[in-house]
Design a binder for this molecule. Structure first.
Ligand code: SF4
Ligand code: SF4
Length: 420
């Protein structure tokens, strides 16, 4: 986390060239100079120079919260200005001085921090979806379509199914831990089951540690105290494992665990743990490519396009591996969409707290998807999957949103054609 005393010097590096305008999703849909890295940085600089008052200007807080932390500005900035880190530091200031807003406190500390509460939300959400309650609530207009963002919730989370699906392999080629994040575990169990299936199919002995939330929602809301607590718990758990690799099917979780290195860089007790765990982090697609995954599989006839999650392409630098896997599936045609690496507007719970901007950014993504003529939109992050599926629904578009491992698992299950 950037320290306050270093902030002004870092901000001085912004030469106001405006390159960030081209790549910033919030600027692209709002055309508002205050809604791009250059504008946000200028506002923070004016605050530090005491020309603006951060504590009595709700419009500044709104602009700070409207940043997606997508890193597109940073990776394209000729001066290397780390705008998302600057924004994160300001959010941490707000949370430290004013506390978390109630809705975020309930959602992040009350739900995501506690695995059993995420499971409870899954359970209650399923009752809501499967009974007439959802139809009644829709009639009241109370949810304003927010409930539409939830996928169809599974009957059981992945963790409860582990005793039936985890195998002890007789002669494994590799051993890896699988980080089962809260979203995949409770909301997208199909991805978790596919990940385990694909790993086992490739003769990887899988262990699934008892981790907690990676802390992404807390970090993005500036709740550093809670983020630190979760990070310490996860580091102790992950560093106790006898594995060379920790595999992730969620780009956000993987990025956050890697980010622990930065979080603990001045902490003598946790620095070493964060570095040794960080070195083992691998995105599932990269891992499969690295171990030379099995290419014998059946066909999945479909036209597919791939959306790069921000945490995949810019934080983890994963671009080719998911595409390589998709292209290797027989009869699957991969087509590129325009702006594949531009944020979809999902950014965790961004769509709940910034619905207008989120939906405008999503509509742009949907247009590019539609232009490809694809019927499957693939991506490697559950937050993007939720947002993109919501986009298909609200824009009346046909298609499915899938993780590449789900398509690979489907190909492994599909009948193989005899070569003659
Ligand atoms: S690209 Fe970087 S240097 Fe240029 S205006 Fe944006 S933040 Fe400033
Ligand atoms: S992190 Fe993303 S949304 Fe925020 S200023 Fe940079 S490009 Fe724009």
């Amino acid at each position: 986390m950037i320290k306050k005393e270093d902030l002004l010097e870092i901000l001085m590096n912004c030469n106001r060239c405006g390159v960030c305008q081209e790549v910033c999703p919030t600027y692209q849909v709002s055309n508002n100079e205050a809604n791009v890295a250059r504008g946000r940085n200028r506002i923070i600089r004016l605050v530090l120079e005491k020309k603006l008052d951060l504590d009595h200007a709700p419009e500044i807080e709104k602009l700070i919260n409207e940043c997606l932390l997508c890193k597109a500005c940073e990776v394209n900035c000729p001066s290397g200005v780390p705008t998302p880190e600057i924004i994160a530091a300001v959010r941490a200031y707000y949370t430290k001085t004013k506390g978390l807003p109630l809705a975020k406190k309930i959602m992040y500390r009350g739900v995501f921090s506690k695995n059993r509460n995420v499971d409870l939300v899954r359970f209650l959400g399923r009752i809501y979806q499967k009974t007439g309650i959802s139809r009644l609530v829709k009639l009241t207009g109370l949810m304003n379509g927010t409930d539409e963002m939830l996928p169809e919730l599974p009957r059981k989370n992945v963790r409860r199914q582990l005793p039936h699906i985890l195998k002890t392999l007789s002669n494994p080629r590799h051993k890896a831990a699988y980080f089962l994040g809260c979203s995949v575990n409770n909301f997208f169990s199909g991805i978790g089951l596919a990940t385990i299936k694909v790993l086992q199919e490739n003769n990887v002995q899988v262990v699934v540690p008892e981790v907690r939330c990676c802390g992404a929602p807390h970090h993005s809301a500036g709740d550093i105290e809670e983020y630190l607590k979760l990070a310490k718990f996860n580091l102790k758990e992950l560093s106790s494992l006898d594995v060379e690799t920790i595999v992730f099917d969620c780009s956000t979780c993987a990025s956050m665990i890697k980010e622990y290195e930065n979080l603990f860089k001045d902490d003598p007790e946790y620095k070493f743990l964060a570095e040794s765990v960080g070195a083992k982090v691998q995105d599932i697609c990269s891992y499969l490519v690295n171990i030379g995954y099995k290419k014998e599989m059946g066909a999945v006839p479909a036209r597919v396009t791939y959306h790069d999650p921000c945490h995949g392409v810019r934080f983890l630098k994963v671009k080719d591996a998911p595409r390589e896997i998709l292209k290797s599936i027989p009869e699957l045609e991969l087509v590129e969409m325009k702006e594949a690496d531009m944020c979809c507007g999902g950014a965790g719970s961004y769509g709940i707290f910034n619905p207008k901007l989120s939906r405008d950014i999503l509509a742009r993504k949907m247009k590019h998807y539609q232009d490809t003529g694809a019927t499957i939109l693939a991506t490697s992050c559950p937050a993007c999957i939720m947002q993109l599926a919501f986009g298909l629904k609200t824009n009346g578009l046909k298609g499915l949103v899938k993780h590449p491992v789900e398509l690979l698992a489907q190909a492994y299950e599909a009948p193989r054609k005899n070569k003659s």
